[in-house]
Design a protein around this ligand. Structure first.
Ligand code: HEM
Length: 411
């Protein structure tokens, strides 16, 4: 290992990240994996970068808890952000987690997801038509972010004319999960939870009065509960609807945005996908691995464990670095290479174990339809200015990607 890499690993502090790190975190992740794969942070938590260590953490729900009530208390105090994040299923352990997950999974069955495909194709083609008229487009606003907001809106059957504020609320609430947040970001997050709750209360009231089809409409399903009488409390219902709306937004936007930018950065892979559209499934997996839209996960040690020769007592927080694990050479040959036909590709972009992403089949479908139809329509799309990154460590993606879509040959 070079002195430079060692210095990168030694100086790494999740609470003090540099602009170079935000632009390209992978040299740091590599230095950590090779030098200190179980790295102690100045705040006493550990940062994990090896694939196998992440799998261990994800699979050992007894020792690695997802419950954030203790951890979030100093960060959020007695606020709506605290109430929201600690009620979401992703930040709970069984039995609360199991109950909510079962209800949500029932509405995300393979059949329910397959039935969304025709609407999704129509939506994507409509966005492509609108872009074709413009020549110069902004890939995130005009395309990548417009897809998940509609899909998740459909999932909860939010009326079209009421979807406007959803993306802003979602960005503000998820933004508050960054390792360090400003007073403004905290206030923005709280305001977003408050407005989102107020909106959902009216939506739930209307849906109770006029229920939808529970096999397709997640909100009706969550309101009605299971046939065996399993129901969510009002608080659980509202916060998990917010969570669902958020979970499917920024992550999927970033899959589509990161994927289209990765193809621009690797013109030979772009040409390969155009020549072999049947590679779209493995291409989506590679986009998820190479630039994972969700880069960090968190767990709290609740039973003493040992990782990389380090004993961790109960009460130790750990950060699971998905972005680093997905480039671990022990799991992926030539991990820094973007190869759209890579198989096997057992990446951790959706996590694994009990909390593995409940929406992954939907995200994969959205990604495959969006990217394959975009490429078929605009094979010569090209940059038109520098893309602007989102500036976040947890959710990696772009805020803006200016492009030309109608130009002639130019990879
Ligand atoms: C590319 C898109 C997506 C990525 C990268 C992603 C990533 C993840 C990850 C890493 C987790 C695990 C968190 C943990 O264990 O700590 C997760 C959980 C979850 N995701 Fe996704 N997600 C995506 C899209 C979606 C969509 C479209 C939905 C909803 C329709 C969704 C719903 C959920 C839910 C409900 C959970 C919580 C599952 C649980 O705690 O049991 N996600 N996601």
């Amino acid at each position: 290992m070079s002195g430079n890499a060692r210095a990168l690993a030694d100086s790494f502090d999740l609470e003090k990240l540099t602009p170079e790190f935000y632009a390209d975190p992978y040299p740091t992740y590599r230095a950590l994996r090779e030098n200190t794969p179980v790295k102690r942070m100045p705040n006493g938590s550990y940062f994990l970068t090896r694939y196998d260590d992440l799998v261990t953490a994800y699979k050992s729900t007894r020792a690695f808890s997802s419950d954030k009530k203790t951890e979030f208390a100093p960060k959020y105090g007695n606020s709506l952000l605290y109430e929201h994040h600690t009620t979401s299923l992703v930040f709970n352990d069984p039995p609360a987690h199991t109950r909510v997950r079962r209800l949500i999974m029932g509405a995300l069955s393979p059949r329910a997801i397959a039935s969304m495909e025709p609407d999704l194709i129509r939506l994507v083609d409509m966005l492509l038509d609108a872009m074709a008229k413009k020549r110069e487009v902004e890939l995130i606003e005009d395309f990548a972010s417009a897809i998940p907001v509609e899909v998740i809106g459909n999932l909860l059957d939010v009326p079209h004319e009421e979807r406007g504020p959803l993306r802003g609320w979602s960005l503000a609430i998820l933004g508050a999960l960054e390792p360090v947040i400003s007073t403004e970001a905290f206030a923005r997050g709280n305001r977003a939870v408050q407005e989102f709750l107020a909106y959902l209360e009216t939506l739930v009231e209307r849906r109770r009065a006029k229920p939808g089809n529970p096999s397709q409409d997640v909100l009706t399903r969550l309101i009605q509960g299971e046939e065996n009488g399993e129901r969510l409390s009002e608080k659980e219902l509202l916060h998990n609807c917010i969570f669902l709306l958020n979970a499917g937004h920024e992550t999927t936007t970033n899959l589509i945005g990161n994927g289209l930018v990765a193809l621009l950065d690797h013109p030979e892979q772009k040409q390969r996908l155009i020549a072999h559209p049947e590679l779209i499934k493995t291409a989506i997996e590679e986009m998820l691995r190479y630039e994972s839209s969700n880069q960090l996960g968190n767990r709290m040690i609740v039973e003493e464990v040992e990782l990389g020769g380090i004993a961790m007592p109960p009460g130790t927080p750990v950060t699971l670095c998905i972005g680093a694990a997905n480039r671990d050479p022990a799991q992926f040959p030539a991990p820094e290479t973007f190869d759209i036909a890579r198989t096997p590709n057992r990446h951790l972009a959706f996590g694994t174990g009990a909390h593995q992403c409940a929406g992954m089949a939907l995200a994969r479908l959205e990604g495959a339809i969006a990217i394959s139809r975009f490429l078929a329509r605009f094979p010569h799309y090209a940059r038109h200015g520098e893309p602007v990154r989102g500036g976040r460590v947890r959710f990696r993606g772009f805020l803006r990607v200016p492009c030309r879509v109608n130009g002639s040959k130019n990879p």
